[in-house]
Design a protein around this ligand. Structure first.
Ligand SMILES: Cc1cc2nc3c(=O)[nH]c(=O)nc-3n(C[C@H](O)[C@H](O)[C@H](O)COP(=O)(O)OP(=O)(O)OC[C@H]3O[C@@H](n4cnc5c(N)ncnc54)[C@H](O)[C@@H]3O)c2cc1C
Length: 377
């Protein structure tokens, strides 16, 4: 055991990188360990890139709080550091009476969470989106889009500038609690090694339940088992991107926010994600689900999109605490001292809106890290 770190972060997705950019400072040895050959190859580069406003989540949950805070921090970060973004706003539209009832509940929930929202009249709906059909809709002005790759590059650059070592092709395979911290074993191209760290932060995304288990947490008892949920996207051709002016979402009738209009910062148009639970990691789009896509509410709301405009494009897989048919589960972001693991900070189930929440989660975790390191002085 030759190295001794102050802080080791497992995972170089947007969450691990955001945290690294925040906790690194003079006099601290900080490492980020990533099993892939570069950063952000999993959830953080396979998502809708939406800066969420905070509408959907239970009041006072970590999701609601970090999303609202992250939303405003993210716009500031993008503006100050040349990260591409668009504060284009979004419309949530109901296409049936049942959806219209749910739309009102969603509007109230968003308002209650402190999100600025505006109910639209028929005239306003037509003026804002002449090609959209719907019975009722509201507008969220603080929803936007961010270039997730540039955001991660920014966090990585800031972390490195402040002295963090980011090591790729390095997979954490074992964690042992020892006096004064943790002994972490890794596999790397040289065959592997182990080192000691005072603080260990689990940001392992799809595998964060396995990492929690490695640290000694009984994940069944803690209810930290993850479910993998695959979301598929279809590209939309035929110049239809010029006929839609902002993000358009359906009323969520299941656990997911529903197949929606996704634009990237270059105004490339996609529809998705259509979510379903999976047991293995494969990013191939299952084209047999195109029928389900065509039946989604968003296609009803946008009759200008024809079946021939849609082509399978990409997929992402999300690490979710809620299994099929289960209700809302919040992010787990916790210093696990009460499980006998002082210095182990555990992040499990950082599903959507994790990209939006990343700067706020980084602040929160940085506060936990400072408490731990200060208490040892
Ligand atoms: C389809 C989809 C759509 C989404 N849309 C949005 C959206 O529009 N807006 C939004 O805010 N959020 C969205 N999200 C959620 C967002 O993408 C995630 O919350 C966020 O990317 C999570 O980041 P992460 O760093 O925790 O995980 P990841 O990006 O998965 O990173 C975890 C990293 O840990 C590494 N790792 C795992 N195990 C080990 C190990 N043992 N040793 C070393 N490294 C390890 C992995 O290789 C990986 O690089 C979406 C997610 C998906 C899948």
């Amino acid at each position: 055991m030759s190295y001794r770190a102050d802080i080791a972060i497992i995972g170089a997705g947007v969450i691990g990188l955001a945290i690294a950019s925040h906790v690194t400072r003079a006099g601290r040895e900080v490492y980020v360990l990533e099993k892939n050959k570069t950063f952000g190859q999993e959830q953080s580069s396979r998502n809708s890139e939406i800066i969420h406003a905070g509408i959907y989540y239970e009041k006072d949950s970590l999701k609601a709080k970090t999303c609202l805070e992250g939303n405003s921090l993210l716009y500031q970060l993008c503006e100050r550091n040349g990260i591409a973004y668009k504060k284009c706003g979004k419309i949530i539209v109901a296409t049936s009476d049942i959806e219209a009832e749910e739309l009102e509940k969603l509007f109230d929930r968003g308002k209650d969470n402190g999100v600025p929202l505006k109910m639209l009249s028929r005239g306003e709906m037509n003026r804002l989106e002449p090609n959209m059909k719907g019975l009722a809709a509201f507008f969220s002005p603080t929803t936007g889009i961010v270039d997730s790759y540039s955001l991660m590059r920014y966090f990585l650059g800031k972390a490195k500038e402040n002295g963090t070592q980011v090591v790729f092709k390095t997979e954490v395979t074992g964690i042992e609690k020892v006096s004064g911290g943790y002994e972490v074993s890794v596999d790397d191209p040289s065959g592997g090694f182990s080192f000691m760290t005072r603080v260990l932060v689990n940001c392992a995304g799809l595998y964060s339940d396995k990492v929690a288990e490695m640290a000694g947490i009984n994940i069944d008892e803690a209810k930290h088992n993850l479910h993998w949920c695959k979301g598929e996207y279809y590209s939309v051709s035929g110049g239809k991107n010029r006929l839609i002016n902002r993000l358009i979402y359906p009323v969520p009738m299941t656990i997911s926010v529903g197949v929606h209009v996704c634009f990237d910062v270059n105004w490339r148009l996609r529809l998705g994600p259509l979510f379903y639970y999976v047991d293995e990691i494969s990013y191939k789009v299952d084209d047999s689900r195109k029928e389900a896509f065509l039946e989604s509410s968003i296609v009803k709301a946008l009759p200008l999109i024809e079946p021939s405009d849609l082509d399978p494009e990409s997929a992402g897989i999300m690490a979710m605490l809620q299994g099929e048919g289960e209700g809302f589960r919040d992010f787990v972001i916790k210093h696990e001292y009460d499980r006998g693991l002082p210095g182990f900070i555990n992040l499990v189930g950082i599903d959507t809106p994790g990209l939006t929440s990343s700067p706020a989660i980084a602040r929160y975790v940085s506060h936990l890290v400072n408490e731990i390191l200060e208490s040892e002085k």
